[in-house]
Design a protein around this ligand. Structure first.
Ligand code: TYD
Ligand code: MG
Length: 414
């Protein structure tokens, strides 16, 4: 065996220190990182080409630089002039960000070491970086990996925070951000639907904070604008009292997000009826349809079913089951759900509703936005909200009975 050095073993119970952080001042960004950039850490920001990664990081760099922190922006994709043009468009050209267009990792590190230690170094993008120590071409797995490794080592040694930008790529072409996910301290993905102008920054890994946070931005000519109240954004296009529309009181991390779910159920002329889903899991829709058939007497076997989450938003919570079922039944019956009502609850295969976490937060948001009725799974830990009537139900069949009995207050006649 080789001659190792003895390193001390420590107890679990001992001093802990919070990692020192710098806030960018872009609160949606700081929220997702868990309170700002951690000194000496490496952050990966992944996303489709053209989604707005460079814009976001230029805005964050400028905000930090304006607050007096030295920031270096390394552009491997665009020439200095192009980056300047973007900064001008974003109205941040006066920020003292230092720019360099370079792709060679050794040159980058030597350059960084020759100047005052930056608080933040942005590397846009990892796919353009290359190291002399590796033979293969830039963009290949081994280049991306070793370039990232060199930069992470630099971050640890110098105490500068680094942000690696990575394009999500078609499988097999060039190495994507997944290649470096395990090496960095935190991974954020910047997401959005084509045609919609909002963007979500989502944490998927964070050694220094929670991973279930999202930051919401709206795209504009002047760059990304923070959206403090996402519910208002996703409910913006809401048409009151349309059959087939139900509002789901959702949560993203500890943040409530109210969003409209739209269903269209129509008699099918096809042997196998169509099922199409946007923004939700199609296997989950199949399950809800099966439970409606088996336990609630709602026959949908001869109907085409279309389901859409408004605004291009994507729901991953099972708590949306009840809102989806409400939208489906409402569309089938061609009766609108009551004005200003929200739904949440997870449906089990037996047709029972499971309580949902963070009910109080959901109800609070619904009350704040002027909703008047909340229908949700019994047993969820709720809290009364002024102006909001609470309607707890046990089974999906309860909901169907409420919705389909004509004189029940839960369903308005049209
Ligand atoms: P860009 O930041 O270059 O995307 P990425 O670095 O992820 O490839 O943005 C793509 C394009 O979208 C660019 O032409 C600028 C435009 N854009 C806006 O006009 N407004 C915005 O708020 C954002 C984010 C982008
Ligand atoms: Mg870019």
């Amino acid at each position: 065996m080789g001659k190792g050095r003895v390193v001390p073993l420590e107890a679990l119970d001992g001093d802990t220190t919070d990692a020192p952080r710098i806030k960018t001042g872009i609160s949606e960004f700081d929220r997702v990182t868990g309170g700002g950039l951690v000194e000496g850490s490496a952050l990966l920001v992944g996303g489709d080409p053209g989604i707005g990664k460079s814009t976001l990081l230029m805005q964050a760099s400028a905000a930090l630089a304006k607050a007096g922190h030295p920031v270096v922006y390394v552009s491997g994709e665009e020439a200095v002039a192009q980056v300047r043009l973007r900064a001008q468009r974003l109205g941040v050209a006066s920020a003292p960000v230092q720019l360099v267009a370079e792709t060679n990792v050794e040159n980058i590190i030597t350059t960084l070491q020759a100047h005052t230690k930056p608080a933040l170094v942005v590397l846009d993008s990892i796919q353009t970086l290359w190291s002399e120590r590796v033979e293969s071409a830039p963009g290949t797995v081994s280049q991306v990996r070793s370039a990232a490794q060199a930069m992470i080592r630099y971050a640890k040694k110098s105490g500068a925070a680094i942000v690696l930008v990575g394009h999500v790529t078609k499988e097999g072409q060039i190495a994507g951000p997944r290649v470096v996910e395990h090496m960095v301290d935190a991974v954020l993905y910047f997401e959005g639907e084509g045609g919609h102008h909002f963007r979500i920054l989502r944490g998927v890994k964070n050694r220094f904070g929670p991973t279930d946070e999202i930051g919401v931005f709206e795209m504009s000519d002047l760059g990304l604008r923070e959206v403090e109240n996402p519910s208002e954004l996703f409910l913006g296009e809401r048409h009151k009292a349309a059959p087939g529309a139900a509002v789901f009181a959702g949560m993203e991390g500890r943040r409530p997000v109210l969003v409209e779910i739209q269903a269209l159920v129509a008699e099918s002329s096809l042997g196998t009826p169509r099922r199409a889903v946007v923004g939700w899991d199609s296997a989950r829709l199949a399950m809800i349809l099966a439970v409606l058939e088996a336990h609630c007497g709602v026959r949908l076997g001869n109907h085409d079913v279309y389901l859409n989450v408004a605004g291009g938003y994507r729901i991953s919570e099972p708590a949306a089951d009840l809102a989806v079922a409400a939208a489906l039944v409402s569309s089938l019956a061609n009766k609108p759900l009551p004005d200003n009502s929200v739904f949440f609850g997870e449906v089990s295969l037996s047709g029972h509703l499971r309580p949902v976490s963070q009910a109080a937060g959901r109800l609070k948001e619904a009350g704040k936005l002027g909703f008047e009725l909340a229908t949700y799974a019994k047993g969820s830990e709720a809290m009364k909200q002024p102006g909001l009537r609470l309607n707890t139900i046990n089974t999906l069949a309860d909901l169907v009975v409420e919705l389909l009995s004509g004189d029940n207050e839960v369903l308005q006649r049209t």
